[in-house]
Design a protein around this ligand. Structure first.
Ligand SMILES: *Cc1c(COP(=O)(O)O)cnc(C)c1O
Length: 389
C-alpha cells in the first residue's frame, strides 16, 4: 500500500479553490443585514465583470439545471416554437425542459461527438414564428463545442432570443455576450467557478426581458423579474445560500486577479495538451472535429470498457475522472480542464494513464504522453532559451 490522495478531476463538480472553501466558514451571517447586502452586490458586480456584461445577472439557489428551467418558465409562452440544438445529454435536457413547459421544440440533432452547424440553424430560423433558440456552448457529455459566435449573430437578426447553456462554456471559451447577441447566458458554481454545487446564475438581455413580458408559463420560486429587482437592492427573494455566496465571492476575487482571459487560456492549453498526449498514446478523441476546452472525451482502446480505466484511475491513484453518460458509458472517459486545474494535475493524469494502459498490456512508451504535455507547457509558458537545448 502506498499513500493515495483523492483528487476530484471531473468536469463538475471540479476541484475547489481552497480560499473559496474556507470562506464558507463565515456563513454565520443573516441575509437581511447590511453585511449581506454588501456581499450580494459585490458578487453580482464581479459576476458581471467576469462574464463581460452590463446586462442583469441573476443568481439562483439551484444547480445549473434550475437556471435552465428558469429561462424557459420566465421567458416563453405555452405553445411557443423554439429551436433546440441537441448534441448530447445536455442538449437532450433542453428538449425535456421545453416539452415539460409545453413549448414546441424543433430539434436539430447531431450525433454524439458532433455539433449542429450554423447553416442548420440558419435553415431552421426560416420556419415561421420561432421565438427562441437553445444550445450548449460546450456539451460536457461529449466534449464538443458549438460555434456560439456564428449562431448568435444569426439569431440576433431575428425575433428569437438565444439561450446559451454556458455552464461549462464560461471560463473555458470566449463568449462575447453583447457582440455576439447572447440573450441569456447560464453558468453554474461547480464548474469553472471552482466552488461546490448549488448556485446557478444567468445574464438576461433587454430583448429577453421583452419576451418575459408576454410569458404565460407558471413559475414561482424561480421568478427572474423579482430576483433581478431585488438584486439591485443587494437582496435575494428567498433565503439564499450564504455559504455558497461567500465562497463564490472568494473565487471571483481569484478569477479577477488571474483575468478571465487567462482562465480561458489555461483551459484551452490544458485541453490542447491533453489532445496531443492521448493521440501520441494511440487513443482516439471522441469529439475530434470541434473539441471544447472544458473537458476532453477520449475513446477507450478497442475492446476495452472505459469503466476499467475510470476504475483504475480511482483505485490506483485516487483520481476521480468521468465515464461517459448514457449510451456513451463504457465507451469514453473524460478528462476535465475547467476552473482550478493546472499543468501539474495534467502531468499526473497523463502519467497515470500511461501506467494504466501499460498495465492492461497496451504498447506504451512511458513518458511519451507526458512529454507531449511538457512541450505544450514549455512553448506556452517558458522563455525560448530555457527550453531549446
Ligand atoms: C453540469 C452541466 C449542467 C447542469 O447540471 P446540474 O447538475 O444541474 O448542475 C448543464 N449543462 C451542462 C453543459 C453542464 O455541464
Amino acid at each position: 500500500m502506498f499513500v493515495r490522495k483523492t483528487r476530484l478531476l471531473t468536469p463538475g463538480p471540479t476541484p475547489l479553490y481552497p480560499p473559496a472553501l474556507h470562506a464558507m466558514m463565515a456563513a454565520d451571517i443573516h441575509h437581511r443585514t447590511q453585511d449581506f447586502v454588501g456581499l450580494y452586490k459585490k458578487t453580482v458586480r464581479d459576476l458581471k465583470e467576469v462574464m463581460g456584461t452590463s446586462y442583469d445577472v441573476v443568481p439562483l439557489v439551484a444547480s445549473g439545471t434550475g437556471a435552465m428551467e428558469a429561462s424557459v418558465s420566465n421567458l416563453f409562452r405555452r405553445g411557443d416554437r423554439v429551436i433546440v440544438l441537441s448534441a448530447g445529454k445536455f442538449g437532450e435536457r433542453w428538449v425535456q425542459i421545453a416539452e415539460a413547459f409545453g413549448l414546441q421544440p424543433i430539434v436539430l440533432k447531431a450525433p454524439y461527438g458532433e455539433v449542429v452547424s450554423p447553416a442548420q440553424v440558419e435553415a431552421a430560423l426560416g420556419e415561421p414564428g420561432v421565438r427562441g433558440v437553445f444550445l450548449q456552448a460546450s456539451e460536457t457529455s461529449t466534449g464538443a463545442q458549438h460555434d456560439v459566435e456564428a449562431i448568435g449573430k444569426l439569431v440576433s437578426r431575428t425575433e428569437a432570443i438565444l439561450v446559451v447553456d454556458a455552464i461549462t462554456g464560461l471560463g473555458t471559451m470566449p463568449l462575447d455576450i453583447h457582440g455576439w447577441g447572447l440573450d441569456v447566458v447560464i453558468g453554474g458554481s461547480q464548474k469553472a467557478f471552482m466552488i461546490p454545487p448549488g448556485l446557478a446564475f444567468l445574464s438576461i438581455s433587454p430583448k429577453a426581458w421583452k419576451h418575459a413580458e408576454s410569458c404565460d408559463l407558471p413559475h414561482f420560486y424561480f421568478d427572474l423579474k423579482k430576483e433581478a429587482k431585488n438584486a439591485l437592492e443587494g437582496q435575494s427573494s428567498w433565503t439564499p445560500s450564504t455559504a455558497l455566496l461567500l465562497s463564490l465571492s472568494a473565487a471571483l476575487d481569484y478569477i479577477k486577479s488571474l483575468g478571465m482571459a487567462n482562465l480561458i487560456r489555461n483551459a484551452q492549453l490544458l485541453a490542447r495538451a491533453t489532445r496531443e498526449a492521448v493521440t501520441v498514446l494511440g487513443l482516439k478523441l471522441f469529439a475530434a472535429s470541434s473539441p471544447c476546452s472544458a473537458v476532453t472525451a477520449v475513446c477507450a482502446p478497442e475492446g476495452m470498457d472505459s469503466g476499467v480505466i475510470v476504475k483504475e484511475f480511482r483505485e490506483r491513484f485516487g483520481a476521480i475522472i468521468a465515464n461517459g453518460q448514457g449510451s456513451m458509458k463504457g465507451k469514453i472517459f473524460r478528462i476535465a480542464h475547467l476552473g482550478y486545474f493546472d499543468f501539474a494535475d495534467l502531468f499526473a493524469v497523463i502519467a497515470e494513464l500511461e501506467l494504466i494502459l501499460a498495465g492492461r498490456g497496451l504498447p506504451v512508451e512511458f513518458g511519451a504522453g507526458v512529454a507531449a504535455v511538457q512541450k505544450v507547457y514549455a512553448e506556452a509558458a517558458m522563455p525560448r532559451e530555457a527550453v531549446g537545448a
